[in-house]
Design a protein around this ligand. Structure first.
Ligand SMILES: Nc1ncnc2c1ncn2[C@@H]1O[C@H](COS(=O)(=O)NC(=O)[C@@H](N)CS)[C@@H](O)[C@H]1O
Length: 478
């Protein structure tokens, strides 16, 4: 990477900060010559690898991972009317093999229901074959016409985890929806990313679903980012694709299904939630480099200091840490800047005085210097990592509280929604929602909000004043 000139914009200028940090912290190279397609720098890919390692760990408890083809024949894709309506403007088509026109056009999967479900129809015969809980992590393609942004809105989604489950009954599928939500909560908790979970309004549910539960986070600019969705598909797709099982009485029954997805938006949220004016701030579990050792060289003791640094590196590596010594010919300050930009949780400095005093200077990325006894350095580093994670968790906890407010006055909605998510009472009918979205210049995010941060007692609709109206989130989203 060419030396990075200039400085990272303040995080308060979130859009400028976000675009700049993607290259300055070597996450994504946005110079690929196709709109909406981006290249992972190896450092960014190291974050992705660990983030998706956690996702796999959580899903592999009771799901199986596999891979379905990328290309979907047009007849299959066109089978589910609702689904097509939702995707017909977004799907890319392959029409030729070499110079030979294809007799059947092939869709690049925007999501894989119509690739997977014809196969599920072959896999499912009896109730004994159920439930199926399968997922894949693949690239998918959507011809997004809204503003594309790296990690947030891509035309090639490079890290699309999609799970597709099959059940005997609607209730079994409903339990799976709850299980998927719990798994997503656990995933984002491990990443110290706060979430708001709600049920999308009918007009915003996944095409072909009974209902959609969405996982939103609140970005530093107050806008929401949908970082996961769980869909109850009912028997819509099983009827379209004849996914049936023979029940215990020998009757043919249609299955009930769910699907749930997460993309690299999870990494956009990770970067945005904890980064600051000096760059990334990464949870230790996903940081490609967890510890950087910076020797503070004094000419006549250089040999001794370097030896101490190398010994320390070895010990930390043996303890399982991902650690680097920065021996480049740069001022210590330039080294601090470089690794802070890359979100390294802990810096250890070793200078002549530290050697003499048998200590190592520990500096957490979240701030604060502490002299650590060299003799117990592993226990001390473990303690500092735990302290750092607790700081990230605390920030995540207060973040939602600081960006969620209940509003009862129609006139206040527009002003308050520019700061974050607003909770209002809504009677549930579309006209009031349209009016509300117009006043707020925001969208209805959802109802049945799973949080205890606000009082969800029904009240009067903020628009038509109808009583017994439910608490509803509205926000400006990416
Ligand atoms: N263009 C995009 N770029 C990045 N992430 C996206 C894009 N479109 C959707 N996503 C993410 O992918 C998640 C799943 O997409 S989805 O359309 O809601 N759901 C599905 O496709 C279902 N088949 C479940 S996998 C969304 O919640 C959102 O976080």
């Amino acid at each position: 990477m060419e030396e990075q000139e200039g400085t990272l914009p303040q995080k308060a200028d979130f859009s400028g900060w976000y675009n700049d940090i993607l290259w300055r912290a070597e996450i994504m190279d946005v110079r690929y010559p196709v709109k909406g397609l981006y290249v992972w720098f190896p450092f960014g890919f190291g974050i992705r690898k660990r983030v998706y390692g956690i996702l796999r760990e959580l899903l592999d408890r009771d799901h199986e991972e596999t891979l379905f083809p990328l290309l979907i024949p047009e007849p299959e894709f066109m089978k589910e009317a609702e689904h097509i309506k939702g995707f017909e403007n977004e799907v890319y088509w392959v029409t030729h093999g070499g110079t030979t026109p294809l007799d059947i056009k092939l869709a690049l999967r925007p999501t894989s229901e119509t690739a997977i479900y014809p196969m599920y129809a072959l896999w499912v015969r009896s109730h004994a074959d159920l439930p199926i809980k399968v997922y894949q992590i693949v690239n998918t393609f959507r011809y997004e016409t809204k503003h594309t942004r790296p990690l947030i809105r891509l035309r090639e989604i490079t890290s699309f985890k999609e799970a597709h489950t099959v059940h005997a009954t609607w209730e079994d599928a409903e339990r799976q929806v709850e299980d998927a939500i719990a798994r997503y909560r656990e995933f984002y908790d491990r990443l110290n990313i706060p979430v708001l979970i709600s049920k999308r309004p009918d007009w915003d549910k996944f095409p072909g679903a009974d209902y959609t539960i969405a996982v939103d986070t609140i970005m530093p600019d107050g806008r929401t980012l949908q970082i996961g969705t769980v869909h109850h598909l009912g028997d819509h797709f099983s009827k379209t694709f004849s996914i049936q099982y023979e029940d215990t009485k020998g009757q043919q029954q249609y299955c009930h299904q769910t699907c749930y997805g997460i993309s690299e938006r999870s990494i956009a949220a990770l970067i945005s939630m904890h980064g600051d004016d000096r760059g990334l701030m990464l949870p230790p579990e996903v940081a490609p480099v967890q510890i950087v050792i910076v020797p503070v060289i004094m000419k006549k003791r250089e040999e001794e200091i370097m030896q101490a640094a190398e010994l320390l590196e070895k010990e930390l590596q043996n303890a399982g840490y991902r650690v680097k010594i920065d021996t480049r010919d740069l001022r210590p300050g330039a080294k601090y800047y470089y690794w802070e930009m890359r979100g390294v949780p802990l810096r250890l400095e070793i200078g002549p005085r530290d050697l003499d005093n048998g200590v190592v200077m520990g500096v957490l990325r979240s701030g604060g210097k502490e002299s650590l006894p060299r003799a117990d350095i592993i226990a001390e580093v473990n303690r500092k990592m735990t302290e750092f994670t607790a700081i990230l968790q605390e920030r995540a906890k207060t973040h939602i509280k600081d960006h969620l407010v209940m509003v009862k006055e129609e006139s206040l909605v527009n002003e308050m929604v520019s700061k974050g998510v607003v909770a209002v009472h809504w009677c549930g009918n579309r006209e009031c929602a349209d009016r509300l979205e117009e006043i707020a210049d925001a969208s209805v995010l959802g109802t049945e909000v799973r949080t205890d941060l606000i009082d969800q007692t029904p009240g009067t609709c903020i628009i038509c004043k109808k009583p017994e109206s439910v608490v509803t989130l509205i926000g400006r989203s990416y």
